[in-house]
Every structure is written in structure tokens, then in C-alpha cells.
Design a protein around this ligand. Structure first.
Ligand code: DC
Length: 226
């Protein structure tokens, strides 16, 4: 069976990572969360008070950042390490979510992240989710999915997830954050979020997780020549 690259792009909180993890598990592929890389870089910038409108400061800061992923036996998922510290949970905080889209517009940041993402795909057999994976990172990927879902459904899903960790978070805050990120991510100059011409659109507003997995798995297997 042919090893391929599967890319999943789409709007914030439309279930990309859920589908990507399930697909990777079923196929025995490696799942890579590219958004976690931008979030980890943002966390580093916030902690170290980096002025990210200053190109030189950004370039210098990026030299001090090493990002890795490691498999956690307990959570049974791959988690992100920032300079050897596991920051998988910290990067999901609203403080990071409020700034990540802005940081992700910076050319130096994108070049840094994209180079690592491309390296991770050299041997294929990966599922990577993000915003520009099918357009910029792997334009020749064998199977590309572009996910959408209506905004109310997306806010409800993300709110549920966030309120479990932080009971003070409000529905309005989450909605505003998603709308802001969608706007910045799809209007930025470099690699804006958009559907690759050869991507398959998957609107999961009224699909169950099982239905969306079955849909994607069938197509993935066809691309793998099974
Ligand atoms: O997938 P996520 O919500 O964790 O991503 C966080 C932010 O990172 C998102 O708002 C935009 C940015 N991002 C990006 O610019 N390119 C990617 N490939 C992945 C994420």
C-alpha cells in the first residue's frame, strides 16, 4: 500500500484535529498538529516579552526555540514540547489563542514552522492539520480535505472544550476569538487560509464523528491504492 500525505485545513474549531487524530490512528500514520507549533511560538514570545513587530527581535527569538512532538502513553496522543517542556495544555489557553493569529502572520515565523513541517513529511505517512497545509506546506499531497462547519456549531464545540478547563470563560469571548482568528487567518498576506483547488470539502455541521471518519477513511484508502 502506498504511503501518502493527508492534509486537513479549515476554519478554527471545525473538528480538524479530531478527524486528523482518528484518521492517523486508523491508518497507522503520524498525526501532526501544525497549529500547536504556532501556539508554542506565541507562548514563547509572550513569556519572553518579545516585541513581534520587530523583525530582528523575532529572528533572534526563533533561534532560541526548539519544537518537538513526543508520544504520551497516558493521554495516548502526541504532545508538543517547547525547548523540552511539555506545553500541550498551556498553549490551549485563551491568552495564547488571542495572539496566535497575529503571530502567525509573520513571515519569519511561518518560514520557521513550514520548514519543520515539510521535514516531518519527508517519509510520508502523516496526517497534518492547519490552515495552509494543502496549499503551501504540501501542495503535492495526495489527499487534501478542507473542513467547514457553521459558526454557531463551531463556537458551541469550542466553548464546551474551554469551559471545562476554565469555568470563567464566556460564550461571547469564545465567539469573538473564533471570528477574529478566522478573519486574520483568511485575510493575511502570506499563505492565507483557503481551500486548495484539489481539496475535498467536508462540511461537518450535521455529521457525527463516525460519519465524517467513514467518509474520509474511504477516500484516503482509495488514494492509497487499496
Ligand atoms: O489549529 P489551531 O486553532 O490550533 O491554530 C492556531 C492558530 O495558528 C490559527 O488561528 C492560525 C495559526 N495557524 C496557521 O497560521 N497555519 C497553520 N498551518 C496552523 C495554524
Amino acid at each position: 500500500m502506498k504511503k501518502i500525505i493527508i492534509t486537513i485545513d479549515g476554519w478554527s474549531s471545525c473538528g480538524k484535529s479530531t478527524l486528523a487524530k482518528q484518521l492517523a490512528k486508523k491508518l497507522g500514520y503520524v498525526y501532526i498538529d501544525s497549529g500547536a507549533m504556532y501556539r508554542a511560538i506565541t507562548l514563547f514570545f509572550l513569556r519572553n516579552h518579545i516585541n513581534w513587530s520587530d523583525k530582528l527581535a523575532v529572528t533572534a527569538a526563533l533561534k532560541s526555540i526548539v519544537i518537538d512532538f513526543e508520544y504520551n502513553e497516558n493521554s495516548r496522543q502526541s504532545e508538543i514540547l517547547l525547548n523540552d517542556e511539555n506545553v500541550e495544555y498551556l498553549i490551549r489557553d485563551l491568552v495564547v489563542a488571542e495572539k496566535v493569529s497575529e503571530v502567525a502572520t509573520i513571515k519569519e515565523v511561518r518560514d520557521f514552522a513550514v520548514a519543520q513541517q515539510q521535514k516531518m513529511g519527508e517519509k510520508k505517512g502523516i496526517v497534518m492539520d492547519g490552515r495552509d497545509i494543502g496549499t503551501t506546506v504540501f501542495p503535492n499531497a495526495e489527499f487534501k480535505i478542507f473542513m467547514t462547519a457553521d459558526i454557531t456549531t463551531r463556537v458551541e464545540r469550542r466553548f464546551k472544550e474551554m469551559v471545562e478547563k476554565n469555568p470563567n470563560v464566556t460564550f461571547e469571548e469564545v465567539k469573538k476569538n473564533l471570528e477574529m482568528r478566522d478573519y486574520i487567518d483568511s485575510n493575511r498576506e502570506i499563505s492565507p487560509l483557503k481551500k486548495a483547488e484539489d481539496a475535498i470539502e467536508l462540511d461537518n455541521t450535521s455529521l457525527t464523528m463516525e460519519q465524517q471518519l467513514a467518509f474520509a477513511l474511504k477516500l484516503a484508502k482509495e488514494k492509497m491504492g487499496q
